[in-house]
Write a protein that binds this ligand. Structure first.
Ligand code: KG4
Ligand code: ZN
Length: 343
């Protein structure tokens, strides 16, 4: 089986070809950074237009790199939500058109399921596993029981972690795009104890997150310093902010590890913690979670950096896994701006 995966739910236009025997044959990601830079953030209408202009070129490129013709495809998968609806519609309609012309199955993939399964492109991770899904729009702890089977343990009650990284980058004028990566880079030369930022909800006995108060604390710290901020000020803020995020994530993941261990106490299978989504590209976070997992006897798996942020390969994989189970979708499937994994 050979499948084309299409991703267009935010500001990356991406396509990939995945073969059930030979693995990933190509993955092309085009980022719209230049289009959004003048506005300092993703503008949905501009994103949709840019997807429309590029999507056929990206698909053609992905097919050529995979040495694959349209007629070689067994199915087409497109991320059909959640995300910015203009972009989602473009990816979904393109996928449907290809599937319709070739008369092959169409699979409407939940973008979050793509992130949740991405690690499987590189490592064999058996179900069930514990997942921290942390991206620009989501921050959730889930038990991944199987394809389409997720149990929510906790989620953010306000901002996603990636959103907080992006806002801190904006407040500090670090540049655009790649707020999270820029904060991580600045943090390298900062003192993580310089500012004692709050650890929101750390003491609550649940697995929920909150990042909006942390963002406000960063704003207060910026205002308390003489303007303009020095490079060292910025680095100290980034390091202290990142440490606060990693601390709360570690606390919540530790709690989730306990829950997962209790839920699967009668299983003799080895237990695994997977981290996924754009924020999972953060090396300090990966290191902290790896240490935590190992202390608790869990294996730790994180996708390579290019599979953490949005890409077509994870959509192709989710599509292929669904195809194997016969879970295909009608061409009447309506793209969904909101689409929780765990309904
Ligand atoms: O998964 P993704 O590419 O798109 C969404 O589905 O949201 O995640 C993008 C998010 C952005 O908020 C970005 O700032 C964050 O992931 N991110 C990072 C890093 N690289 C990307 N956050 C922290 N550290 C990083 N190295
Ligand atoms: Zn994403």
């Amino acid at each position: 089986m050979r499948i084309l995966g299409i991703e267009s739910s935010c500001d990356e236009t991406a396509a990939a070809v995945l073969d059930s025997e030979k693995g990933l044959l190509s993955s092309v990601v085009w980022t719209q950074a230049a289009e959004h830079r003048p506005f300092g953030g993703v503008v949905p209408e501009i994103a949709a237009r840019a997807h429309l202009e590029k999507i056929d070129i990206i698909i053609k490129d992905a097919l050529a790199k995979a040495d694959t013709k349209f007629s070689d495809l067994s199915a087409v998968a497109a991320a059909c939500g959640p995300g910015l609806i203009g972009g989602v519609i473009i990816g979904a309609m393109t996928g449907k058109a290809i599937a319709s012309v070739l008369d092959i199955p169409f699979i409407a993939v939940n973008h979050l399921e793509g992130h949740a399964l991405a690690a499987k492109l590189e490592t064999s991770v058996p179900f069930p596993y514990l997942l921290l899904l942390t991206s620009g729009g989501h921050c959730q702890l889930l038990e991944v029981l199987g394809i389409g089977r997720y149990k929510l343990l906790g989620k953010t009650i306000d901002d996603a972690a990636g959103e907080a990284f992006d806002k801190v980058a904006k407040m500090l004028d670090l540049g655009y795009p790649g707020g999270g990566a820029l904060v991580e880079k600045a943090a390298l030369s900062g003192d993580s104890r310089h500012f004692n930022f709050p650890r929101p909800l750390a003491k609550e006995k649940n697995m929920d997150f909150s990042f909006s108060g942390l963002k406000t604390a960063v704003l207060h710290a910026i205002k308390s310093l003489p303007a303009p901020l020095t490079a060292q000020d910025k680095s100290d803020i980034c390091a202290s902010f990142q440490a606060a995020v990693i601390d709360v994530m570690s606390i919540k993941v530790a709690r989730a590890i306990d829950r997962f261990s209790a839920d699967f106490s009668d299983s003799d299978k080895s237990k695994t913690l997977v981290v996924a989504g754009g924020v999972a590209a953060n090396k300090s976070l990966r290191q902290a979670l790896q240490e935590l997992a190992e202390q608790r006897g869990f294996s730790f798996v994180a996708p390579s950096l290019k599979l953490c942020t949005d890409n077509g390969a994870m959509i192709a994989l989710a599509g292929l896994e669904r195809l194997k189970l016969g879970l295909t979708d009608s061409l009447a499937f309506r793209p969904r701006p909101r689409w929780p994994l765990y309904e």
